[in-house]
Structures are given as structure tokens and as C-alpha cells.
Design a protein around this ligand. Structure first.
Ligand SMILES: Cc1ncc(C[n+]2csc(CCOP(=O)(O)OP(=O)(O)O)c2C)c(N)n1
Ligand code: SF4
Length: 252
């Protein structure tokens, strides 16, 4: 059978994932999160009113694979662009899709102010602990001792500080109504992440306030590891520091 959108739909049911090959590397965590996002939008029946605001980095391609409207914001500015869009057009469903470099480095102020304002948007940070697209440089979330393209001797916390814990920073903000850290390191975790994503999206549908999820994912290319090895490393090392937790659920 030819691999067309129509045939995929008849095989798997109606889907807003487009019939395109990912430009993500094999094993990249973005592929899993992108699919979860597409499936959640589809399941909630909100495709027509959804607008993605994507950042710069490999996740900036996420909207290429979904049949939804999207805006490509400047590096780190997605939460500000999403805030403006939502205030101007409150009936739209607006979410951001950003990497840890995009959100945690150049864009940290944008996401923290959006969270503190309590705007009813949903922000997603896909944290693979490196700048993936540009070659695996240290990001604000690189682990202590982690060897990256710019920390050949490992991240030195005396010199570079500690990996940034963004949900922990947002925890005390009253406008944040759903706040979680999830991972795609194995199948049970992916199922939990799907449930969490649904909650974060429903938070906006109920107009309750700001929702945020950090996804801990492997980037085999940036981490310079094989696919299997990168998933093992994600589970053993990344989750040791970035603990999957539902910090806040005020959606009921
Ligand atoms: C203003 C600006 N500065 C720097 C860059 C180079 N740049 C492109 S992607 C990127 C970081 C990507 O890392 P991350 O957000 O973690 O996404 P990933 O590719 O790992 O998913 C950087 C610094 C840029 N495009 N624009
Ligand atoms: S460089 Fe990393 S984040 Fe980018 S597509 Fe490849 S595996 Fe994914």
C-alpha cells in the first residue's frame, strides 16, 4: 500500500500527523513528543483552533509534521509571542514547543514572565541537556560532569553553575495551574507523559492559567551516543537529576 496521508489515516484512524519523514535523527526524543502532541490535539478535537509557537533548534521543525497553524518565533521568544497571540485571540488554543537551549538560556525571562503572569497558554520544554541542532554544546541543563562539545572536561559547576530546574522555579507562582516534568525514556513513562500532556492542554481549555511540562529526552547525536545507549543514559543519568514529578495540578 502506498504510504499516503489517506492510507495512513485508514490504517491508524484520522491523524493530524502529516505523511512526511522526520528530519529528526533516528531515536531523537523530539519524534516521540511531537507524536504525543499531535495525538493529544487530535483526541481533544482542537485542531482547527490550535496555533503552535515554536522555538529555534531541532524542535523548531515540530510543526512541519502536524497539520496545524504555527508561528516560528525568534530564539527564546515563543512564550512572549504566544502570550500576545492568546491575549489578542483568546479562542485559539496556543502552545509553545521549545528546546532546553531555546527556553532555558536565551529565553528564560520570557517563559518565567509568562508563567508569572498566569496567561492561559501551554509551554513545553523538550530537555535533552544539550544544544542539539548546533552540535551538542553545553546548555543550561547539561549535567554536572557532562562532556559536551564546549565542556571537553565535563561541566564544572564552579565554572558553569548547576543545571537549571525550571519547573522548580515556577512552583511558587500562583498563576501556574499545571506543572510537571515527564520523560520518554521508556514505554510506561511515555504513557504517563501522554496523560500529563492532556492535563496541561485541558488546563488551557478550562481557561485556568499557565501550564508547563518539561520532557526529559535523549538526543543521540548531540550526546554522541548510539540510540540504545542514549536511552540508557537518559534513564540513569538525566532522570537522576531531573526527577519526573507532577509539581502542581490545579485543573480539577
Ligand atoms: C539569536 C540566535 N542565537 C543563536 C542561534 C544558534 N542556535 C540555533 S539552535 C540553538 C540551540 C538549540 O538548542 P535547544 O533549544 O536545546 O534545541 P535542540 O536542538 O537541542 O532540540 C542555537 C543556540 C540562533 N539560531 N539564533
Ligand atoms: S541533533 Fe539531537 S535533538 Fe536534533 S534531531 Fe538530532 S537527535 Fe534530535
Amino acid at each position: 500500500m502506498e504510504n499516503t496521508q489517506e492510507n495512513l489515516s485508514s490504517l491508524y484512524g484520522k491523524t493530524l500527523m502529516l505523511d512526511k519523514l522526520f528530519s529528526y535523527c533516528p531515536g531523537c526524543g523530539h519524534g516521540i513528543v511531537t507524536r504525543l502532541v499531535a495525538e493529544t490535539i487530535e483526541a481533544m478535537g482542537i485542531r482547527e483552533k490550535t496555533v503552535a509557537v515554536v522555538g529555534i533548534g531541532c524542535g523548531g521543525f515540530s510543526h512541519h509534521y502536524m497539520d496545524i497553524d504555527a508561528i516560528e518565533a525568534m530564539h527564546g521568544r515563543s512564550p512572549s509571542v504566544a502570550t500576545g497571540f492568546k491575549l489578542a485571540s483568546p479562542d485559539n488554543f496556543v502552545f509553545t514547543y521549545q528546546g532546553d537551549g531555546d527556553m532555558g538560556a536565551i529565553g528564560l525571562a520570557d517563559v518565567l514572565h509568562a508563567a508569572n503572569k498566569g496567561v492561559p497558554i501551554t509551554c513545553l520544554m523538550i530537555n535533552n541537556t544539550v544544544f542539539g541542532m548546533t552540535g551538542g554544546q553545553m546548555s543550561p541543563t547539561s549535567l554536572p560532569g557532562q562532556i559536551t562539545a564546549t565542556t571537553q572536561k565535563g561541566r564544572d559547576t564552579h565554572l558553569h553553575g548547576y543545571p537549571i530546574l525550571i519547573p522548580e522555579m515556577m512552583r511558587s507562582m500562583p498563576g501556574v495551574k499545571y506543572l510537571a516534568r515527564e520523560t520518554v525514556a521508556d514505554a510506561p513513562a511515555i504513557r504517563r507523559a501522554a496523560k500529563s500532556l492532556r492535563k496541561a492542554f485541558e488546563c488551557q481549555e478550562k481557561n485556568l492559567g499557565f501550564a508547563f511540562i518539561e520532557f526529559i529526552v535523549p538526543c543521540p547525536t548531540g550526546l554522541k551516543k548510539g540510540v540504545k545507549e542514549s536511552y540508557v543514559w537518559c534513564k540513569d543519568q538525566m532522570l537522576n537529576y531531573f526527577k519526573p514529578t507532577i509539581f502542581k495540578d490545579e485543573t480539577e
